[in-house]
Design a protein around this ligand. Structure first.
Ligand code: AOF
Ligand code: ZN
Length: 364
């Protein structure tokens, strides 16, 4: 199962919106076939492992199949893995956890048992679940799993008051940021960041065949036609503004324009209008989004945090003090500690001169 987990982790950038799954076939303590989930629409891990087994001249009799997820029993983009497993007839199948996809959810196990194959469940379940937080979230909460990347100084500032913010963290931290972009389905930013920096928000510095979609929160539909974030395939603009002519122009270019209701609970008189962040996240989950990587300014960061749309912070902290400057997230000032958002540190890792803090929101 550890080898199967490693294969699933090795496919981190590849199969979204499908879960990353690894599969290892073992007989007499020897691996006779192994595989991982391919790009969406292509083979699942079990089929890859069975193909690998056949290519090595082996068959599955007397073998145990270790899988990091319950094998599928439904016809999705590909035929059910259980049919391929039953045809190959390993003696035993061990999988880490049930598939939270309601189309499977235990049926895979039942089909195998009905076919007389011994099935055991629950080995390394936590490790396997941790490889697919977005898939699990989308299936169980109808929401994506969202992390927010922030590069800050030791005093928690993301830039100088005049807006200068480039190169706070070093190259190692920036490269790690691209790893997180690469594993996500959607990289999300705001119109403020687009206007200030005109970022591409694509993946560089790591090798990947799949680019995430880029999405911009732009309540007033102010974005320029030539904004870099709109180039490439699959860009999304979330707006509260019905500019039919501009929307049609964007649609012709393959850009998805989504009208999201305005947030009625947002305080009046704020600099920018707000869209309903929860409605936006639900739309993303409905459109096959497992993991969302947020890279935005303090206004949008604050709005997403206040709307309870963030699961985890990735804070890259540089050993410098910026003094007066831009904050990580604009949040209302409180008078009591009871109301503060609390997190749990789950990891601290050094990247060059900087550190990365992972902090999961305590209530999730
Ligand atoms: C498996 N093995 O490696 C993966 C599974 O549209 P399809 O046919 O590709 O099916 C996608 C669903 O299959 C996905 O939502 C999840 O329930 C399951 N993923 N199942 O047996 C795999 N990636
Ligand atoms: Zn399958």
């Amino acid at each position: 199962m550890r080898q199967a987990l490693a294969l699933a982790e090795g496919a981190l950038y590849v199969p979204s919106p499908n879960p990353r799954v690894g599969c290892v076939l073992v007989r007499d303590a020897k691996v006779i076939g192994a595989g991982a989930t391919q790009r969406v629409g292509s083979h699942h891990a079990e089929v890859m492992a069975l193909k690998d087994m056949a290519a090595r001249g082996n068959d599955a009799s007397g073998a145990t199949m270790y899988i990091t997820l319950e094998p599928c029993s439904h016809h999705g983009r590909t035929p059910p893995c259980v049919d391929a497993i039953i045809a190959a007839r390993p003696t035993r199948v061990v999988f880490a956890h049930f598939d939270p996809n309601p189309s499977v959810a235990g049926r895979g196990m039942r089909r195998l048992r009905e076919a007389g194959i011994v099935v055991d469940v629950g080995i390394c379940a936590d490790e396997a679940l941790a490889i697919n937080p977005g898939f699990v979230s989308r299936m169980t909460r109808a929401l994506p799993y969202v992390w927010m990347k922030i590069a800050a100084s030791l005093d928690g500032k993301t830039g100088l008051t005049n807006g200068v913010s480039q190169w706070i963290t070093g190259p190692e931290a920036r490269a790690d940021g691209h790893h997180w972009r690469a594993r996500s389905c959607v990289v999300l930013t705001g119109i403020g960041t687009v206007r200030a920096d005109n970022p591409k928000m694509n993946v560089r510095h790591v090798v990947t065949a799949r680019q995430p979609r880029r999405a911009v929160i732009d309540p007033g539909f102010e974005i320029n036609d030539d904004a870099a974030v709109l180039s490439g395939e699959g860009a999304i603009v979330f707006t509260g503004d019905q500019n039919a002519e501009k929307a049609a122009r964007f649609a012709d270019r393959g850009i998805t324009v989504v009208n999201v209701p305005e947030d009625s609970s947002a305080p009046a008189g704020q600099a920018r209008r707000r869209i309903d962040m929860r409605a936006m996240m639900r739309w993303l989950a409905e459109h096959d989004t497992n993991e969302v990587h947020v890279e935005a300014g303090s206004g949008l960061n604050g709005a997403l945090l206040q709307a309870d749309c963030v699961d985890e912070l990735l804070v890259y902290m540089a050993p410098m003090l910026l003094g007066e400057g831009l904050s990580m997230a604009q949040l209302p000032s409180l008078t009591k500690l009871e109301g503060v958002q609390r997190f749990e540190f789950t990891d601290v890792t050094r990247f060059g001169a900087d550190v990365r803090l992972r902090a999961r929101i305590a209530s999730h």
